[in-house]
Design a binder for this molecule. Sequence first.
Ligand code: PGA
Length: 255
Amino acid sequence: MNKLIVGNLKMNLITAAERDRYLESVKKEVKGKELTNCELVLCPPSLHLQSFISENENKEFAVGAQNVFWEDRGSFTGEVSALMVKNIGVEYVIIGHSERRRYFNETDDVVRMKINSALNVGLSPICCVGETLEERQNGKTTEVIMNQIHAGLADVPVSKITSVVIAYEPVWAVGSDAVPTSDEIMEVRILLKKIFADTFGLPVAEKMKILYGGSVKAATAKQLCIDPGMDGVLVGRESLIPMEFVKIAEIIDNA
Ligand code: PGA
């Protein structure tokens, strides 16, 4: 199964010049590399989605949005819909990132509506789940993740579930340098597979892609992705450095 290496560029690449330099640099890094077992996905700010698609002549990467609204169109000032990004060639969308849950009050209900809207237009949602440090310390990791999955994916029919990608991102590992052990990640992977097997059956559970995210670097890619048997990574800070991002992809690709 192809691994997914997703770069979440967050609210960066401020100027057009910065964006163009970034794209040139990604293309230069990817050139000549035989990345046969993984797919790169870059998620720029929505303002740059169109350029990421048009400047990607050789289809070196797929493009994802960092967020969408759940209605297709209408009077929703400031929002961008799943249908709009789908129409320009976007393939993925990150939903329920911990920063959106924290700063924009996104609840599991909002996550559920956004996931449905993404699936309805044919986007693959990358649904982020994960516990806070306090929840982990109180032994609530399993409960939190089960609740987030059950609520967020409540309306997804079995026919569409394998289009959903799950990203396990412990909130305390995002943007910090703290990371879980391989065993801790593997426990969550097993939990997620069990939830999907119980709800949708084993063949579906086996097909589901489960990524790890939170302080992934080239130096930690083995511990955080390969050792716990994850299907790829969601990378924040290091995705802003094309050389490092592609290095992470190479390590995972060669594993
Ligand atoms: P980080 O961010 O790699 O900078 O920890 C990960 C994420 O927010 O998805």
